[in-house]
Design a binder for this molecule. Structure first.
Ligand code: SAH
Length: 224
């Protein structure tokens, strides 16, 4: 009798090694400590979120084009912003700039529910398809101007903006719980400071973390 193979043949993810290297050589070496962030990024198939043909570059230490003149942030920036949010499993988060949906997937792994806004319809629909096909059911998508936040779902435990604004939009500050954090790049069109604002009973504490370069946040409380 022919002996059957004991183990089922599982389709191997060809990018598993590249992803593990990204976590070790970029994120851990870069100072990311939050084990939940590292675990999420070791799991999520980043190569599915870049433009077709760019998969092999998707785990390199750089941002990449995702269409419509927009970019997916480099892995280290996604990790840093996720860590700075201090996400708890019970959190409801707001994201401005869905883009490829990759950062959205990281948030969806770490919190209870993500509300994400993208101004470009094609990108939002594409991200929606990708996240559903990856099995995420704790994300709600909206096409529109994220500088105004999402008043119907506010307040949020944390807010992340992945496009650069000239000033911190007041609407976003208003939609944070006490103790909640807003992580946002603020500055000129060429270069921004990554800011972390924490809402306190008295107002807001502000901390500058690093320099960065994001695409423009375009909207009523962003760039015109
Ligand atoms: N986190 C995304 C980054 C995408 S780039 C990723 O990892 O892929 C930033 C995105 O912000 C772009 O898709 C851009 O269209 C979007 N954006 C710019 N201004 C916006 C606004 N006011 N509201 C919502 N999305 C906005």
């Amino acid at each position: 009798m022919q002996k059957k193979s004991q183990k089922p043949q599982r389709a191997r993810d060809p990018y598993e090694v590249a992803r593990r290297r990204m976590v070790k050589e970029q994120l851990m070496a870069g100072g990311i400590r939050d084990p939940r962030v590292l675990e999420a990024m070791a799991k999520i198939p980043r190569h599915l979120f870049v433009s077709p043909g760019m998969e092999v570059q998707s785990y390199l230490d750089r941002p990449l084009p995702i269409g419509d003149g927009q970019t997916i942030s480099q892995p280290m920036m996604v990790a840093l912003m996720s860590e700075l949010l201090e996400i708890q499993p019970t959190h409801r988060l707001l994201e401005i700039g869905t883009g490829s949906g990759y950062q959205t997937a990281v948030l969806a792994e770490l919190c209870k529910h993500v509300f994400t806004i993208e101004r470009l319809k094609d990108l939002s629909l594409q991200a929606r398809r990708k996240l559903y096909s990856c099995g995420y059911s704790n994300v709600t998508f909206r096409i529109g101007d994220g500088t105004l936040g999402w008043p119907q779902e506010a307040p949020f435990d944390g807010i992340i903006a992945t496009a650069g604004a000239p000033l911190v939009p007041e609407a976003l500050k208003d939609q944070l719980v006490i103790g909640g954090r807003l992580v946002i790049p603020v500055g000129s069109e060429e270069t921004q400071d990554l800011l972390v604002l924490t809402r306190t009973r008295q107002g807001f504490q502000q901390e500058r973390r690093t320099s960065c370069r994001f695409v423009k946040m375009i909207g009523a409380q962003g760039w015109r």
